[in-house]
Design a protein around this ligand. Structure first.
Ligand SMILES: [Zn+2]
Length: 371
């Protein structure tokens, strides 16, 4: 039985937005004026052309296709998905052309999206097609990424299809160099053939070129390695991950006055991690494990240095006690602001501060945090 590919050509011709800014000059392709200055190109024009070219290329290779968004109106996302699911398609390909600013800008790239929850098969499909498509797009390729990678939110067709699904943003509609390729039949054909070669490689099917010449199926591409997860690190750890932790702490306003980001997880780092954990509502243990890493990398809060009073408890007190010891005022580091700690604060203030009151506020903190 032949493989079946569902092809989605995104949007409708009149879907709001989904078009280039007004062209700043006539667009001439192969000596013919195909669009006038002041006109626009609709994303659907590209999507439909490349989808149709892809379907005929796949058919040539003996692969069946189902067009889930035929014609030029905007087929509901749920209908596109239902058509593919009901047909029992093996894979789902969605064609798009990106936009970033809605006014002309320079830059742009090719990128493919798959669901954040995609299977290994989906990643293999994305890898196989991106490898071929990157060869024919004349701008950089950002490869394949999850559908939440650019903060753009979840992509419906990727999450509701029951088969591996990948969405391709071949170029940018609001980048002139890339927009002007949307109506170029040679470029449409090149991209469709590249995608077809990738899909053939994914299925292990021989690719048949437009001239009838056949190519044996390519060996499976190597799957992209998953990004390395940060390890759990603690006092005594050292190396690049410790340095990364220290840099994150410093960027959030924690202080490492003695050694900075030196890659060694000593007391400075340990007490700062404890402080970070308290400030961010985490379990306070001074160990940087998965939850602490996640908080550090996803907008963790920095410290607001409080005025401390006798009787206070917690990590700010503990941190102050550590800093007192650092400045050669010996107090217990127990997180409890008792009489001995207050005597230590007074000793420190007498040596360094203009105000001696046993209540560490802005001036005392400023000096305690220094070297
Ligand atoms: Zn689109």
């Amino acid at each position: 039985m032949a493989y079946l590919v569902a092809v989605d050509s995104g949007h409708g011709m009149e879907t709001a937005g989904k078009r280039t800014p007004k062209l700043t000059q006539d667009l001439v392709i192969n000596g013919q004026t195909v669009r006038r200055a002041g006109d626009e190109i609709h994303e659907k024009e590209w999507n439909k052309a490349v989808a149709e070219a892809l379907m005929s290329a796949l058919n040539r290779c003996g692969i069946d296709t189902v067009n889930v968004s035929p014609d030029t109106y905007d087929v509901a996302l749920s209908t596109r998905v239902a058509t593919a699911n009901n047909a029992g398609a093996d894979i789902y390909i969605s064609e798009h052309y990106n936009a970033a600013k809605g006014v002309w800008w320079d830059g742009g790239y090719f990128v493919a999206f798959y669901s954040q929850y995609a299977s290994e098969a989906t990643k293999r499909l994305a890898a196989a097609v991106c490898a071929e498509q990157a060869k024919v797009v004349p701008w950089p390729s950002n490869g394949y990424v999850t559908d939440v990678s650019y903060g753009q939110g979840k992509l419906y067709v990727l999450r509701h299809t029951t088969m591996p699904a990948v969405l391709f943003e071949t170029g940018f509609m609001d980048v002139w160099e890339s927009a002007t390729r949307m109506l170029d039949p040679a470029f449409v054909q090149e991209v469709a053939e590249a995608q077809c070669r990738g899909i053939c490689n994914y299925f292990g099917v021989g690719y048949v070129a437009p001239d009838g010449s056949a190519t044996a199926p390519a060996p499976e591409p190597e799957p992209k390695p998953e990004p390395e997860l940060p390890p759990t690190i603690r006092k005594g750890s050292s190396g690049a991950w410790v340095k990364k932790l220290q840099e994150l702490l410093l960027s959030l306003g924690y202080v490492l006055p003695r050694y900075g980001a030196d890659g060694d997880y000593g007391d400075e780092t340990y007490y700062s991690v404890r402080l970070f954990q308290e400030v961010n509502g985490l379990v306070v243990d001074g160990i940087c494990g998965p939850k602490t890493w996640a908080a550090l990398q996803n907008g963790g809060k920095g410290p607001t240095w409080p005025t401390l009073h006798k009787g206070d408890r917690g990590e700010f007190v503990r941190y102050m006690q550590y800093r007192l010891n650092y400045h050669r005022v010996a107090v217990d580091i127990d997180g409890i602001f008792g009489a001995k700690t207050q005597a230590g604060v007074i000793l420190f203030q007498k040596a360094h501060c203009s105000m001696v009151d046993g209540i560490p506020g802005a001036e005392t903190w400023g000096l305690l945090k220094g070297c």
